[in-house]
Design a protein around this ligand. Structure first.
Ligand code: MG
Length: 359
């Protein structure tokens, strides 16, 4: 951007505490958006039935130096914004939003705030200043299908796996868990994701089983997001690490659980959280035990999610939950394909392609 034309606007959640610098040009910048629908290669199984295509919005911020793109894409049934809410927010902003309009929209958090915060160009620096690579967890489908997948992932070099549970009968799944652990080398770690599907009794049985199995890294969202006392009680009563996912969509949720003394992991999907700059600041300040996770973005949103993983990576950082691509029928829109280690160059290359105009 040229000196004299660019106005450096400071936009943030809590401006005094978390100043966030966003390079926008309110004098000549124009905000645009388009709605997209992209079919998945295979329908995803969710608690609400099959999910066949990804819907979201791509935002464009046009200035004299070019167009920056970003993405606002909710996960249906996960508890964040709806497509209609995002569209309404975009319509309110219009094509030439004022600084205070943008600030207000970012303060709301959620998918639209993620997209607006992503229009900032700092994310390249997050990757450059981060570690050389970020470890990635391999995704295992629910049920016996996990066995078909695990060998190929082990061969690729994955050592951290996430397995969907809470789909079949718990006793069957517990039997499969032992088979699965038996197929893995020493040092491999397995995360179980119940997506909030267990009641107290089922969760207690699972936690008893996992207490004797040190290869279990953690159990993600064992019970419903609003079962606060139950989740805190389970975390206190069993030696197994628990993680919150559906329960921490944004800053307000995170602060609530932190103030309650949550002793476990936070699975954070930047694309649902809000302004990514603010997310990084919050997590660095609080030193929370975090897993950065994809929200099944297209590559437009993926670059920022991955950049957040780099910003919060290094050292003892847990494997990121970003092994989701290839995901779409049209591979043009995929993020980098699942590898056990995501290299810095792979993310920066993705960025360069985007800068050249392709999505
Ligand atoms: Mg999860």
């Amino acid at each position: 951007m040229q000196e004299g034309i660019t106005t450096r606007v400071e936009i943030g959640f809590d401006f005094a505490r978390n100043p966030v610098q966003v390079l926008l040009n309110p004098m000549t910048g124009q905000l645009s958006y388009e709605r997209y629908t992209l079919p998945f290669r295979a329908p995803l199984r969710t608690a609400h039935g099959p999910w066949v295509s990804r819907e979201g919005f791509w935002l464009g911020w046009k200035t004299e130096s070019g167009v920056v793109r970003s993405e606002a894409a909710p996960i249906p049934g996960f508890g964040g914004m709806s497509m209609a809410e995002i569209q309404a927010g975009l319509e309110r902003l219009g094509s030439e939003p004022t600084e205070s309009d943008l600030q207000l929209a970012m303060q709301q958090g959620g998918e639209l705030a993620f997209a607006l915060g992503s229009l900032n160009s700092d994310w390249r620096d997050w990757v450059q200043e981060g570690p050389d690579y970020v470890p990635v967890a391999g995704l295992l489908p629910a049920g016996r299908a996990a066995f078909e997948r695990v060998d190929s992932l082990l061969e690729l070099g994955f050592r951290t796996f996430k397995w969907k549970v809470g789909v079949g009968d718990p006793r069957d799944e517990q039997g499969m868990l032992d088979e699965l652990l038996g197929a893995m080398p020493d040092g491999a770690r397995v995360r179980l994701d119940a997506n909030g599907g267990w009641d107290r009794r089922t969760a207690e049985r699972w936690l008893s089983v996992c207490a004797d199995r040190p290869n279990i890294e953690f159990i993600e969202q064992p019970c419903a997001a609003d079962a606060v006392d139950l989740l805190l009680g389970l975390a206190r009563d069993y030696p197994v690490t628990l993680a919150l996912d559906e329960a921490v969509l944004g800053q307000a949720d995170f602060v609530r659980w932190r103030d309650l003394g949550w002793p476990g992991v936070y699975v954070i999907k930047p694309a649902l959280w809000g302004n990514p700059c603010d997310l990084i600041t919050t997590m660095r300040e609080t030193k929370a035990d975090v897993v950065i996770s994809s929200a099944l973005e297209t590559r437009v949103g993926a670059r920022v999610t991955l950049a957040v993983a780099f910003a919060l990576g290094g050292g003892e950082a847990r494997a990121a939950g970003v092994g989701v691509w290839p995901l779409f029928v049209d591979a043009t829109y995929d993020g980098p394909h699942a590898l056990p280690f995501l290299k810095r160059e792979a993310v920066l290359a993705l960025a360069d392609n985007l800068a050249e105009g392709s999505r």
